[in-house]
Ligand binder design. Structure first.
Ligand code: HPA
Length: 271
């Protein structure tokens, strides 16, 4: 069933955008401005694509964009669906699977996250080197879709080491402060309690967010090379005295837009 739906979706998209992209990019909360850097060839709103769901969260535009960044051909998911919106995991990872079947080799995922690493400040970046899935489910539950990948996918190197190294080199070259660490994926939609953040710190995390983990799992199932970057839009609950809000998340993302865009532009071309 899922595979049939994917085939139909890919066929529809190819009827509009026949060229095969090499790199897929998912833009997280408030990070959609990167599309200004793309020489756009096609924009398809999610609501026109079979089985895609419109985005409901402010800061997530909901467009599938094809184009070039320099000489690199990309397909961009401008906005994503989240588990907390009430979508099934199948729906959450459907766009990731779609771009994989369009032929990409590498997938770059970006998100906004709360940080609790020792020296973290809002407005900094964290390269995700591994994750802990605390969503209470897994997008690969149910019968395995063998056309997509194996029943028990390996997750030893879920985040590609070479891509991590490239990201580090670019941050260093651009003299942008960055962190590297473990992302804890939670369901939301509440932000964490301070006790939960202390727990996440204890188990080795440095950032927490409500996305990315399902997509990384689905992408690894499909054998893609994955890179992921968090924009630390706020310190996690209890780290500072401030209360958390989505406004703060989108405001911070907006403030770092230039750095984020400058980084991503160079990274995409280096792959
Ligand atoms: N917690 C969970 N998700 C988030 C946060 C946070 O503090 N900030 C942005 N997304």
């Amino acid at each position: 069933m899922v595979f049939q739906k994917l085939t139909e979706t890919v066929k529809y998209i190819r009827s509009i955008a026949p060229n095969k992209p090499r790199v897929g990019i998912t833009l997280g909360s408030g990070l959609g401005a990167f599309v200004k850097e793309i020489e756009v060839e096609h924009t398809i709103p999610y609501h026109e694509i079979p089985y895609f769901m419109p985005t409901t969260v402010e800061g997530h535009q909901g467009n599938l964009i094809f184009g070039k960044v320099g000489s690199q051909s990309v397909v961009v998911l401008q906005g994503r669906n989240h588990y907390y919106e009430g979508h099934s995991m199948e729906t959450v990872v459907f766009p990731t699977r779609t771009v994989a079947l369009l032929g990409i080799e590498s997938l770059i995922l970006t998100n906004s996250a709360g940080g609790f690493g020792e020296t973290m400040q809002a407005g900094e970046f964290m390269i995700i080197e591994d994750h802990i899935n605390l969503m209470g489910t897994n997008p690969l539950m149910g019968p395995n879709i063998k056309e997509l990948g194996p029943r028990f996918p390996d997750m030893t190197e879920a985040y590609d080491k070479n891509l991590i190294e490239k990201m580090e080199q670019i941050f260093q070259k651009q003299q942008v402060r960055y962190h590297k660490g473990i992302y804890c994926g939670v369901s939301g939609p509440t932000y964490e309690t301070p006790a939960e953040v202390r727990y996440l710190k204890l188990i080795g995390g440095k950032a927490v967010g409500m996305s990315t983990v399902p997509e990384v799992i689905a992408a690894n199932h499909l054998g893609l090379r994955v890179a992921a970057l968090s924009c630390i839009t706020n310190l996690a609950a209890g780290i500072s005295r401030q209360k958390l809000s989505h406004q703060e998340v989108t405001d911070t993302a907006k403030q770092v837009e230039k750095q984020f865009t400058g980084f991503l532009k160079e990274f995409v071309q280096s792959i």
